[in-house]
Design a protein around this ligand. Structure first.
Ligand SMILES: [Zn+2]
Ligand SMILES: [Zn+2]
Length: 347
């Protein structure tokens, strides 16, 4: 390798490798073929292959710091679903300002809006729509219309919490182990709220999120979906409004069980990461905004939601509120006028 660039701040292993290839006029194809024959497959997720690739780049570039760069493909085994391995996305402004550095956290699936520029990342050429690929990144330009990637246009949007937290947590992260640890400790638990909240907004079916494969959705659509969840996560008022709408639309078609409305989400919100959601449902129930003439609630479900001792709670209701109980064969014991029951039980 004739040209051996310096490693830049915030650079991932992929970023440095692609810059080296570009400055030495290698194409993606040539790089892949060479590595497969001489070192290890470039897109292998096996740890020993990753090690070989790093050692090779370290030797050939003469930069020992290569060994400490974050290698995105090392996340493949444990965190596959949190990264984009087939979609390549960048912030054109950051890319231009940093002279083509691509940080590891840009590969996070939920990182869709640049926190610095408040613009949407892009995975396509903004002039002609051609996909951005490692090949075009190595070339530094769109392979179809030859627009320089640094000249791609940007689109301002409101950042969502999942993009912002990704930036806050990982932007300054320079080590593979710390990156993994932070993913597990703080980021993945936060991401669970997307699957709880986004489906409540109705936007999911609008953009086809439920039945289309993710890769067929644009970054803009993914951001809409993620943003709808972000808004609910950050405002208990909006979440409460949204929950009220969901319940009322069910009530409008007749008497309905609260548990049935939220049961699909039960698995998600019973653990600690869903406690904000549990709290919102509790508040809604106790706010008396709901029509409790029409709403029933399974006692076991209520006990789980309010963290009561199930047996004690059921015994209490059977004794004190037998007139409100409706028994259904092979089903839960259901009760009407839940807020009244709860207030008395808690007092
Ligand atoms: Zn940016
Ligand atoms: Zn193009």
């Amino acid at each position: 390798m004739l040209v051996r660039p310096y490693i830049k701040d915030g650079e991932s292993f992929q970023s440095y490798l692609y810059r080296c290839a570009r400055l030495n006029s290698w194409t993606d194809n040539r790089l892949k073929q060479f590595l497969r024959a001489e070192v290890a497959p470039l897109y292998s997720y096996k740890a020993d292959d990753r090690e070989k690739l790093k050692n090779w780049l370290s030797n050939i570039s003469g930069r020992s710091k290569v060994s400490s760069l974050i290698d995105v493909w090392l996340f493949y085994s444990n965190f596959k679903e949190y990264f984009d391995f087939s979609r390549f996305k960048i912030c054109p402004s950051c890319y231009a300002e940093s002279s083509r550095v691509i940080p590891a956290y840009w590969h996070l699936r939920a990182y869709l809006v640049c926190s610095e520029h408040k613009t949407l990342l892009t995975d396509i050429c903004t002039s002609c729509g051609e996909n951005l690929t490692p090949e075009s990144v190595i070339a530094g330009k769109c392979l179809s219309c030859h627009t320089d990637i640094a000249d791609f246009s940007t689109k301002r949007v409101k950042p969502d919490i999942y993009s912002n937290v990704a930036y806050d947590v990982f932007e300054s992260c320079k080590e593979q182990e710390i990156f993994s640890r932070e993913l597990e400790r703080s980021y993945i638990p936060l991401l669970k709220s997307i699957s709880i909240l986004a489906p409540l907004t109705g936007l999911a079916s609008e953009i086809g999120y439920e039945y289309k494969q993710r890769r067929f959705l644009s970054i803009e659509q993914l951001h809409q979906y993620q943003f709808s969840s972000s808004e609910l996560y950050q405002s208990s008022e909006k979440l409460s409004e949204c929950l009220l709408k969901v319940v009322n639309s069910c009530v409008s078609v007749g008497r309905v069980s609260l548990a049935n409305i939220f049961l699909k989400k039960a698995k998600d919100f019973e653990d600690d990461d869903g406690s904000f959601f549990r709290q919102a449902i509790r508040e809604l129930i106790m706010s008396e905004k709901l029509d409790h003439e029409e709403l029933t609630a399974g006692l076991s479900w209520v006990a789980r939601l309010f963290k009561y001792d199930e047996k004690a709670f059921i015994q209490f209701v059977e004794k004190e509120y037998s007139s409100l109980i409706m028994r259904k064969p092979r089903e839960n014991i259901l009760v009407l006028h839940l807020p009244e029951v709860i207030k008395t039980f808690e007092s």
